[in-house]
Design a protein around this ligand. Structure first.
Ligand SMILES: C[S@@+](CC[C@H](N)C(=O)[O-])C[C@H]1O[C@@H](n2cnc3c(N)ncnc32)[C@H](O)[C@@H]1O
Length: 423
């Protein structure tokens, strides 16, 4: 940690307070300027520290329980959690403990706890690392574990949780030749055509970034556009498009793509992304439900619980409680019906969500097919390079889970299906 370690750790504690206390997603807190005062390297470190702490939160709490008679106030608790995770992952005790004590002593309401923080962390530094590895892999909170265990089974849940704990590598999608990109960045070419880097370091410093030769996109998130297989000259609608990972894939295939999303800030990122990779799309900041016209192909990446991305975003299970999932499921159904209405006869539509919940995937497709007499599921369309036929579901969609490709570093949870409209 640099000289600015104190500021970095204090900012990481602030992120934890916002997630655990206010139920805010870390990305929203950061976008609102929480790390603005830090330089880019410390900003990345603060985010990494908070992310690691959330990923290991259950372990930290179990270890700390032994040394605490009662639970301290949230900020003190988060200081202890952050320091415990650092200490147990090999952080230098002197710096970690000093900064933790300083953070607590500078707060009016927490200053009285500095003796306790110092004493507890010294004990953790003594023997914590030894105990750490004996602790179980952190589990998801009950509100989320229950529906997922029902959808899969307890054994699979343990594998999914192991994948969450392992975190995620960095995957890139090549604008052109993926094998050449793998060689240029020293990555591994995955069976689906994405390029994977285990320890990427600073993304913008990787070869080909400035030249726009690739973009960051999880291997699972890259599959819906591969399933859609846009053709040169086709008229394609990308609904819920920002920040544009799938738009860029469709544009790179040579199709005329219209990208729609109602979030202006995210659409600004889409524009910047398109500019960097020198690809064209018609950009529409607007509501899905306001779209009109007829398209050869549509990709609908509907807003969802994002429960497939927990290995990258371990804040999600703590910031959320599932109360908004019902609304999201309702919205997906309405968006899907509207999108089907925009398909030309004989057209095709990929519906996808980065969710692990069948209600946001398999069930949506089953119900859409029941509502629309001229819509069928094309099960062969999802059997593309890298896809194991065992991942294809009863209704003909593709279910991806974080524990798949475990030996290669896993993948995000995702669901997708190709729907075809009768000619
Ligand atoms: C899963 S993200 C899309 C990711 C994107 N397809 C990609 O590959 O980069 C879902 C998107 O839906 C957008 N969204 C939510 N409600 C919307 C609406 N009513 N109309 C248009 N876009 C909406 C959100 O702004 C968000 O960007």
């Amino acid at each position: 940690m640099s000289k600015s370690g104190y500021q970095t750790r204090r900012s990481a504690v602030h992120l934890l307070d916002k997630v655990m206390g206010d139920g805010r997603l870390m990305s929203d807190v950061i976008q609102a300027g929480a790390l603005q005062k830090l330089d880019p390297a410390d900003r990345a470190r603060a985010q990494r520290l908070a992310t690691e702490t959330l990923r290991s939160l259950e372990r930290a709490d179990r270890l700390l329980q032994k040394h605490l008679k009662k639970t301290p106030a949230m900020t003190v608790q988060n200081v202890l959690r952050l320091a415990t995770v650092e200490l147990c992952q090999g952080g230098a005790a002197h710096g970690v403990i000093n900064d933790a004590v300083e953070i607590v002593s500078k707060g009016k309401r927490t200053a009285g706890m500095k003796g306790l923080v110092n004493a507890v962390l010294r004990k953790v530094a003594d023997k914590g690392q030894e105990d750490w590895d004996k602790l179980r892999v952190p589990r998801l909170p009950k509100w989320l574990r229950k529906p997922l265990a029902q959808a899969y089974c307890n054994e699979v849940m343990l594998e999914i949780e192991a994948a969450h704990f392992a975190g995620a590598p960095l995957d890139l999608t090549a604008k052109g030749d993926a094998a050449a990109l793998a060689e240029a960045v020293g990555g591994r070419l995955l069976p689906s055509g994405s390029v994977r880097l285990q320890d990427a370091g600073q993304v913008t410093a990787l070869p080909g970034f400035t030249q726009g030769q690739w973009w960051v996109q999880d291997a699972a998130a890259a599959l819906p556009a591969k399933v859609l297989k846009a053709q040169p000259g086709e008229k394609v609608l990308d609904l819920c498009a920002a920040p544009g990972g799938k738009t860029m894939q469709i544009a790179a295939a040579g199709a005329h793509v219209t990208a729609v999303d109602d979030n202006p800030a995210r659409m600004e990122r889409l524009r910047e992304n398109l500019k960097r990779v020198q690809l064209q799309a018609k950009v529409v900041v607007g509501d899905v439900m306001a779209q009109e016209g007829q398209y050869d192909a549509i990709l609908l990446d509907a807003p969802c619980s994002a429960t497939g991305t927990i290995r990258r975003h371990p804040d999600l299970p703590f910031a959320k409680d599932g109360s908004e999932f019902g609304d999201l499921i309702g919205m997906q159904e309405v968006f899907l019906d509207h999108a089907i209405g925009l398909l030309k006869p004989g057209g095709r539509l990929v519906f996808c969500t980065c969710s692990l919940l069948p209600d946001e995937g398999e069930v949506q497709v089953e119900e859409a097919v029941a509502r629309w007499a001229d819509i069928t599921v094309d099960r062969d369309a999802v059997l593309i390079d890298g896809v194991d036929p065992a991942w294809i579901t009863e209704e003909g969609g593709l279910r991806l889970r974080p524990d798949y490709w475990a030996a290669q570093g896993g993948m995000d949870g995702f669901y997708m299906a190709m729907l075809r409209k009768g000619a």
